[in-house]
Design a protein around this ligand. Structure first.
Ligand SMILES: [Zn+2]
Length: 422
């Protein structure tokens, strides 16, 4: 467990549900459950989830699932649950607590406060209580804080732990219906919804359905290009080739390190990284970004060596400075991507603005491409070119590749400011 925050911006509640399911499958960590609900099962948990929903009033709240899959909720049951469990102060005999018995007494003073002092920062409803520490199954929702600005009421909630599959749509629907109720009483508009949870999770018996749903929706055309890779089941490896291309100073190595370290730290995957012997910037045994971030890496003098060094249980292979590799690298990537994910970072163009080394073939094989830009040193626009400078002037086409004496450096430049070497 590390310190990475999972930030999700969603349009509606059903969009939020879909994105959170997908993120949990993709980067969640697996834990055995030792206390609370479903002891003995595994849960896949998303650490530190920050969820922002722009238009939570969009109907339907409940996720639309493909035909043949059991629904997780419907708006009618969300409405009923809200009325009985969130708004009503009544509690059945067999219930340890309800949200309503705790929320209800605070509603009248909250509405009064928001009417009289709309810009207050004190409109906070506490759902959790100190005695919850003694409960077998204490409330997940602990706090709902409201902020009224320019006639729009936003809600900010904290969940200590959150069941994604069933709990999330019902809870978000409840929060939205409560905001709509308060807003109508105060005379304002219900606005965005912000939620923080330290652990949002899918139980193991939900993984199969969740994967099917994620896969279905992606085939349906939604989702980002990065996520179009086929989603595997719990322990099935994903395969593919992601290429991150861009000019010098476009943070290619930094992004590669971020991907690789994310997989080892948060997903518990086995990752191996490689760099060409020609890479002189990084230290021995690591790839290093300009920022100082680094990741352990094997230095190899030919791309064939990568195939010899990759272990059977490696889930992901990272390759930095791909442009410096020999012509066999595309074939090596084809071999590697049959059984695992491969991420390649490299310069697509050399200083003459011509395709660099094996990069054109690598890009042709890619299942995903991330186009990175630097900042033009002349005008500040997006830069796609690397200008080689010798003694302060743009290098000529036939200047020696390896310079002896004289000072050499590179500058990132945009199309307009780039000077084609003559
Ligand atoms: Zn420029």
């Amino acid at each position: 467990m590390g310190s990475r925050v999972c930030r999700i911006s969603a349009h509606s509640i059903s969009d939020a549900w879909f994105q959170v399911v997908r993120a949990a499958l993709e980067v969640g960590s697996d834990y055995p459950i030792t206390r609370g609900s479903f002891v003995g099962h595994q849960r896949r948990e998303l650490e530190s989830l920050v969820l922002a929903i722009e238009a939570p009033g969009t109907r339907p709240f409940s996720p639309v699932l493909p035909r043949g899959m059991p629904p997780v909720a419907d708006d009618e049951s969300i409405q009923k649950h809200f009325e009985e469990y969130w708004l009503s102060p009544d509690k059945a005999e067999d219930e340890e607590y309800t949200h309503g018995e705790r929320i209800h007494p605070q509603l009248e003073p909250l509405i009064k406060m928001l009417r009289e002092t709309p810009d207050t920062n004190q409109a906070c409803i506490e759902v959790g209580r100190p005695e919850d520490i003694f409960l077998e199954n204490p409330p997940c929702l602990r706090l709902i804080d409201y902020k009224l600005r320019s006639g729009i009421l936003s809600a900010h909630a904290y969940f200590r732990s959150w069941d994604i599959w069933v709990g999330l749509p019902a809870d978000l629907g409840g929060l939205q219906l409560l905001n709509e109720f308060i807003s109508s009483e105060v005379g304002c508009q219900p606005g965005p919804l912000f939620v923080y949870s330290k652990g949002a999770h899918l139980y193991d018996y939900q993984w199969k359905m969740a994967s099917q749903y994620a896969g279905y929706s992606l085939k349906d055309g939604s989702g980002s290009p990065r996520s179009l890779r086929r989603w595997g089941m719990a322990r099935e490896r994903r395969c593919g080739l992601l290429v991150m291309r861009g000019p010098m100073f476009s943070k290619k190595t930094f992004r590669l390190i971020e991907e690789l370290s994310g997989r080892t730290e948060y997903a518990g995957q086995k990752v191996q990284a490689f760099k060409p012997a020609r890479d002189t910037r990084s230290g021995e045994g690591t790839i290093t970004a300009h920022s100082g971030a680094s990741f352990p890496a094997w230095k190899v003098s030919s791309s064939r060596e990568i195939l010899e060094l990759v272990k059977d249980d490696t889930d992901m292979v990272g390759i930095d400075e791909a442009q410096f590799f020999d012509d066999e690298l595309p074939q090596v990537c084809r071999e590697l991507m049959k059984e695992r994910e491969v991420i390649v970072a490299g310069l697509n163009l050399d200083f003459r603005a011509e395709p660099f080394g094996p990069m054109p073939q690598i890009l042709a094989l890619a299942t995903d491409v991330v186009v990175l830009k630097a900042i033009c040193v002349i005008c500040g626009k997006d830069a796609d070119y690397s200008q080689r400078m010798i003694d302060g002037k743009p290098a000529r086409r036939d200047d020696p590749t390896i310079l002896i004496g004289g000072s050499e450096r590179y500058e990132a430049r945009c199309r307009n400011c780039y000077v084609e070497p003559c």
